[in-house]
Design a protein. Structure first.
Length: 181
């Protein structure tokens, strides 16, 4: 009986740990001054390019700033995703799009570089785009952590309710100006 009292909580904890969401780290870093010092900058080589960028070690936008996602098929056969940011993320995107115009913004999903765009305009929409390069598995991970824009939600009584329509993919960073394309 004592053994059962000891084992039952352990089995429950193990069961609950097995049903947890997959890990997610979504970070966006801005290009910074290479003379800023090693404690504040991180050198990152761009794929398909001989170029190395110096990035701020501190992310300006993270997964904690994302409210919802809108996955879409990209032209190259991969997937893209629009990220609807919360108020903190919207203000961070608004500020960085004004103060860091002309620099690069790099997005990392679970340490993999998934987005490299040049900041070319002021963005006030609160929507950040990963234009292409995501795998179906990565979209699945994002979908487990964030609701999809435009998806039906179930109300408390079980009747579906429509969520706000997705924002159109425009008025954000221009992926065609990204370096390394």
């Amino acid at each position: 009986m004592r053994l059962l009292r000891f084992l039952l909580p352990l089995v429950l904890v193990a069961f609950m740990a097995g049903t947890s969401k997959p890990p997610l780290s979504l970070r966006f870093h801005t290009e910074t001054n290479p003379n800023g010092g090693d404690e504040f900058t991180l050198k990152v080589p761009l794929p398909d390019s001989n170029q190395t960028l110096c990035l701020s070690k501190v992310a300006v936008i993270s997964e904690q700033d994302v409210m919802a996602i809108f996955p879409f098929p990209a032209n190259d056969g991969t997937q893209g995703c629009a990220l609807k940011l919360d108020e903190h993320g919207r203000i961070a995107l608004d500020t960085l799009s004004q103060e860091s115009r002309g620099t690069m913004l790099l997005g990392f999903l679970n340490t993999r570089l998934v987005s490299a765009v040049q900041i070319d305009r002021h963005v006030t929409s609160g929507v950040l785009y990963i234009a292409r390069g995501l795998t179906p598995q990565e979209i699945g991970i994002l979908s487990k952590h964030f609701p999809a824009l435009g998806a039906k939600k179930k109300s408390k009584k079980g009747a579906p309710q429509a969520t706000p329509a997705p924002m159109p993919p425009a008025a954000s960073f221009n992926p065609s100006t990204a370096r390394g394309d």
